[in-house]
Design a protein around this ligand. Sequence first.
Ligand code: GRG
Length: 342
Amino acid sequence: MAASLSTDIILPNAPPDLLLPKHAGFLSKYGTAKDDYDYCMTEFLRMSGMYWGLTALQLMDRLDSVPKEDVVAFVQDCFHEGTGGFSPAKDHDPHLLYSLSAIQILAMYDEFKAVDCSKVVEFVQSLQQPDGSFFGDKYGEVDIRFSFCAVATLALMKKLDAIDTRKAADFILSCQNFDGGFGSKPGSESHAGLIYCAVGTLSILKEIDRIDGDALGWWLCERQLKSGGFNGRPEKLPDVCYSWWVLASLTILGRGDWIDQKALIKFILSCQDVSTGGFADRPGDVADPFHTLFGLGALSILGYEDETTVKLKKINPVFCMSQEVIDSLGIEVQILPGGGAC
Ligand code: GRG
């Protein structure tokens, strides 16, 4: 007998309101529970974990609930003078993934002066390959995610001229598939997270009009399931993080109104943990900072507000950071004209 496949979930009846104070409490406590099993097991991605939590707090106007000096000292501790890269935690290896998170955190606090940024630029520059792609670190793996990290890191520091931007865009375009989507490298399966990296990189490089927005827009819209949530690729379950990867991509493409926004809001609200605070991938699962940022980020794009909560700050769909920070740095990205929030 064939196994039965389930590729969607049934939502609980009425979703809770947006529980901002609970989410702020969940995130500010997360960084203090240093003996917790989950906290210890996530050391290998700590720098990105801090970026997720701090960005979510900033969207809720609660960044001050975490001591700035401790955060900046942590980022400095993870800076490798020799290479110019940042590691996820002290005594780990530097990598582009954590270098972007570190620079995002420093940008949030207006603290670029805390490290030697010229070395960060050299680190990113040293990882570009002749075909325009980027290694993530000295071990030589190539992935479209690393292109996004490289380009976004340099853009935040206003140093895009340190790399060959045309070749960087050419590599992104070489990752586009016949279905309109993008994979991690040429010929790899299309995936919503990787599409975000492709679209975000082209947006920063102001080359977004080199792709067929209609074909890609359709592929992205097809990620919405009956539950209202998005999956990351066909035949997969919905996950609240794809609310961000898909909606941010559609927003950059000027096609944010191609989906059922009300159904998406209902799905996102249903992923909140009403007792601990935070968002989980799906209703009833354990909450974490990653899903909390991407749930809140999508609600911010959607301009969500209800009578019980303060409005979320506006988020930039390319950098996944508060728009205020991007404006304060004087950074402009390319967003195609079209429909937005409901
Ligand atoms: C600044 C927001 C921001 C991001 C930095 C690292 C990065 C750039 C983006 C990550 C994009 C992403 C989520 C890529 C997904 C990669 C991938 C192929 C995941 C597949 O994971 P599975 O199989 O998930 O566990 P599904 O949902 O497909 O089953």
